[in-house]
Design a protein around this ligand. Structure first.
Ligand SMILES: Nc1nc2c(ncn2[C@@H]2O[C@H](COP(=O)(O)OP(=O)(O)O)[C@@H](O)[C@H]2O)c(=O)[nH]1
Ligand SMILES: [Mg+2]
Length: 394
């Protein structure tokens, strides 16, 4: 980042200098009143501003530039209001004495002028909130983030948008729990549950292809058909192409017998019929199958295109049957990825995989913190920068 210090008699004066010098993408990092007091002489009013500009291609970051322009505009308006109040004698400008610790303030304010203080920072906070809302982060979480940021940093630091970026990144990193990929070793049994159409069968096919063809593991598929109507042809077709066995089971007893027939496998992937998660009878039927073997790892699939509120409801419905990990599907159909944070902040379940399209076996990735953080903060522009599962070897 290119950082420079500017001085001027008022904020408009300094901002024009910055604009000419650094261009419209400039960020105000720091601002201080350095009005010089001369004994028996008139005060010489001066403002010091430290501004910087990211040295990235502007076209890559137009959103940020727009944001900064907006911030600058808001800032100018606030300064105008304060300046006019000072001029009209509504605010008694204090003499600027060195602050303890050598720090200046973005604006000098009289102690007790809380309303003005609030007004000064309100645009900055509004702007921060807008940024988070635009990522489709829920209001509740937006408020929490801002509150934590306010508690952590001083007002001087508050004005630095880069600091806010860092803060959000850290916040997201702390919120998202990562499960890592399925690890085979001994026989591993993984069941995939979730509402109809979220992508259970497709995800199983992607994982089966990976573990069987890339990792050279012995893989078999099992499908639980609680209603004798579930479409199993799709799974059978995938199994045939990959060249692995598939079995259909209709009762909890058959299920146990099928599991024991597959003792020699490295990995058994179980497909389930899904259905409406609010259908409690169906849920408890499925539970009867899966709870017979406590070693089964249950992955709940959730389409990220679902509304945040519904996601939580689905999660709550499925939590009656012991969920170990979460897979987010259909990321390719999302405009924003704030939902990842919305769920992570409320549901303490680690993410194993994310799926990014219909292609079998390509469109699946292991959930990784940095990757998910980039998706949340940068949106679709980072969607195709993930590491495909095919290339991952352990
Ligand atoms: N766009 C997109 N479509 C997907 C993804 N995963 C699955 N699908 C599609 O979603 C539909 C339902 O998938 P399916 O595996 O049958 O869902 P299931 O009912 O949960 O087994 C199919 O058309 C899939 O191709 C994904 O990550 N992105
Ligand atoms: Mg299916």
């Amino acid at each position: 980042m290119k950082v420079k210090r500017y001085e001027g008699k008022n904020i408009q004066d300094v901002i024009s200098k910055i604009k000419v010098d650094l261009g419209p993408g400039a960020t105000i990092l720091y601002m201080k009143d350095i009005t010089q007091k001369r004994l028996f002489r008139k005060k010489i009013k001066k403002i010091e501003v430290v501004a910087g500009r990211e040295e990235t291609k502007p076209s890559l970051d137009t959103a940020k530039i727009e944001l900064l322009q907006w911030e600058l505009k808001e800032l100018k308006e606030s300064v105008k209001t304060i300046t006019s109040k000072i001029t009209n004698g509504h605010i008694d400008r204090p003499a600027v004495s060195p602050q303890p610790g050598g720090g200046g303030q973005p604006f000098s304010m009289v102690p007790g002028e809380n309303a003005d203080r609030k007004n000064t920072f309100a645009p900055v906070i509004r702007n921060m909130k807008k940024r988070l809302r635009d990522l489709d982060i829920e209001e509740e979480i937006v408020d929490l983030v801002i509150e934590e940021f306010q508690n952590k940093y001083s007002e001087k630091e508050f004005m630095n948008p880069l600091l806010f970026d860092d803060f959000i990144s850290n916040y997201i990193q702390h919120q998202i729990a990562i499960a890592g990929p399925i690890v085979t070793g001994g026989r591993k049994v993984v069941a995939f549950v979730g509402p109809t159409g979220v992508g259970k069968t497709t995800t199983i096919a992607k994982l089966a292809a990976h573990f069987s063809l890339v990792e050279r593991k012995r893989v078999s598929l099992l499908t639980v058909d609680t209603y004798r109507i579930a479409a199993v042809d799709q799974l059978k077709t995938y199994a045939e192409i990959i060249g692995i066995p598939v079995e259909v089971v209709f009762s909890p007893n058959e299920f146990l017998a099928a599991l024991s027939r597959n003792q020699d496998k490295d990995l058994v992937l179980i497909d389930t019929p899904g259905g409406n998660p609010f259908d409690t009878i169906r849920m408890s039927e499925l539970k009867k199958f899966l709870e017979q073997d406590t070693h089964i790892e249950n992955h709940l699939l959730i389409s990220l295109t679902t509304k945040a509120k519904e996601l939580i409801e689905i999660f709550n419905c499925y939590s009656v049957m012991h969920i170990d990990k979460v897979i987010f599907t259909k990321l390719d159909e999302c405009k924003t990825f704030g939902n990842i944070l919305n769920v992570a902040a409320k549901v303490n379940q680690p993410i194993s995989y994310v799926t990014t399209g219909q292609n079998v076996p390509d469109d699946i990735e292991v959930g990784e913190t940095n990757r998910l953080m980039n998706l949340i903060l940068r949106g679709r522009e980072s969607l195709f920068q993930g590491r495909k599962l095919e290339g991952i070897r352990r």
